[in-house]
Design a protein around this ligand. Structure first.
Ligand SMILES: NC(=O)c1ccc[n+]([C@@H]2O[C@H](COP(=O)([O-])OP(=O)(O)OC[C@H]3O[C@@H](n4cnc5c(N)ncnc54)[C@H](OP(=O)(O)O)[C@@H]3O)[C@@H](O)[C@H]2O)c1
Length: 149
């Protein structure tokens, strides 16, 4: 059961979001981040890394990704749906965990972007997001993992 917490929604044309957030993403050698709303690879080292980074935090996740997200212990999940675009949102999210459109929508707020490079060559249906609006002060951290055999 996913624990969902909405911190506050007031009807308005504006969107207000806490103005800092970190992000974590994994990408394979061909630049894919997913297929059929899930990951292409199995990589326990990267899952451990994801858990270490995000435990105790509030996670912002896009609707599509939320459909297949497993339960995440000791984290609160806020699912961002398109209906919220016309509402005033007061979010206190610590991490953006994707997917593609969600990274693109919120990347101007990222202060840190943690990228796991997975040594995997499968073709997916979702590529690495277009981060042209990435916050210019965002620090990038790169990690390299082998998928499970
Ligand atoms: N490798 C990684 O680190 C990583 C992390 C997370 C996710 N992913 C992958 O990213 C992919 C998903 O990315 P994404 O850009 O498709 O989605 P997303 O960012 O997870 O969610 C945004 C999508 O949800 C839709 N949506 C929003 N509210 C909705 C509602 N009420 N009803 C129906 N649809 C709604 C949006 O549609 P509109 O645009 O039409 O509003 C948009 O297409 C998956 O393959 C996932 O596995 C990879």
């Amino acid at each position: 059961m996913i624990n969902i917490k909405i911190f506050g929604i007031i009807h308005s044309e504006l969107v207000f979001i806490k103005n800092i957030m970190r992000a974590v993403i994994a990408v394979n050698n061909l630049g894919y981040i997913g297929k059929d709303n899930t990951l292409l690879w199995k990589c326990s080292e990267d899952l451990k890394h994801f858990k270490n980074l995000t435990t105790g935090g509030v996670l912002l996740v896009g609707y599509n990704t939320s459909l297949t997200l497993p339960p995440l212990k000791n984290r609160e999940i806020f699912i961002y749906k398109r209906e919220y675009d016309r509402e005033l949102l007061i979010l206190e999210c610590d991490w953006c965990i994707g997917g593609k459109k969600t990274y693109e929508k919120f990347c101007h707020l990222f202060t840190e972007l943690h990228i796991s490079h997975i040594n995997d060559n499968q073709v997916g249906d979702t590529t690495f997001p277009d981060l042209k609006n990435l916050n210019r002060d965002c620090k990038i951290f790169n990690y390299y993992f082998e998928p499970n055999l």
